[in-house]
Write a protein that binds this ligand. Sequence first.
Ligand code: AMP
Ligand code: MG
Length: 368
Amino acid sequence: MLHTTRVLQVDAAEPAAGDIEVAAVILRAGGLVAFPTETVYGLGANALDSRAVARIFEAKGRPFTDPLIVHIAADRQLEEVAEAVPPLAHRLAARFWPGPLTLVLKRRARVPATVSGGRDTVAVRMPNHPVALRLIAAAGLPVAAPSANLFMRPSPTQASHVLDDLSGRVDLILDAGPCPIGVESTVLDLTTPIPVVLRPGGAPVEDLRALVPDLEILNRQVSADDSEAQPAPGMFVKHYSPRARLLLIAGAPDVVLHRMVAVATALQNRGLQVGVLAAAEDAQNFKAIDQVAILGRRDDLAGISHQLFAQIRTLDKSGVDVMVAGQFARTGLGLAIWDRLLRAAEGMIIHASAPPAPVQIGALKITV
Ligand code: AMP
Ligand code: MG
């Protein structure tokens, strides 16, 4: 495919106009540009050019059925990509854009079906990042952009993550440092009689309810048996996956911490390299564990979401066989954090107060 990926360092608040123009020219010519948003790095292409859009899927190894989000930089672009836009969409846009809320609406025919995996809908958002907004405005186009990672890998929150996954597969990366929020946007479907949150994300559901009191949340969680760990992975849509297995422990904070220590110790005693994703105040409890990645203070959900994917990637790079993570509060940004941890765990939850149960890690069956 491509041979080299160019990286341009840009200031997050005041990117040089010349650098933005270099990127805009690539987008207008049908190329791929990875760029920062306030959520994660996006892999952008001209949303109105089906060949450019197809290159996104190829670069990521993403199935063509998996729809992309179209990014815009001005209110008028909403009506250019979506039709029959309901008044609620305009109210939500006025309140949340630019910001981490994606609206699913009826797709205009000029947006190729490739963008939406063949659906007659289109997902749209206006990102709240100066680099993204200036790039989209300079290109003069709506920009289709999924997260700039290989399919099923954790989303990239730094330019180095993009390079790790997509070097040689993307024309240019605009590097503006780490993404502030660190988890993807909230996706809200407005094409159903009752609006549905398809994915929790950077815009808390509690905030959406102020404008959409009747909204529903799509429940993709497998019903984990209350007394035991799920018998096998793979019962859950695999996504955001570290290479290592991730064990997710649910329950009240003190019980979760106690079980995390027990699980991590048991795994390490069987000769596995263990990494723990820990709250800052709990780190001292894991002194005997091989790798400890600190996510942030338990009450700082914004700090935890900012660190989450980066720390999962750090542990993966360190070569651990298994990661152990615990539940945080599921309110506000915590719902998105829980969703990403649950998917990284492939839907398998260990309830902190449940009796020990066997889990399969590679060839080993270990009771934790
Ligand atoms: P990503 O950009 O990789 O973070 O993923 C885009 C997210 O938006 C996925 O969860 C998609 O399923 C969702 N999405 C995008 N377009 C649509 C659409 N037309 N209908 C429903 N969900 C969508
Ligand atoms: Mg993604």
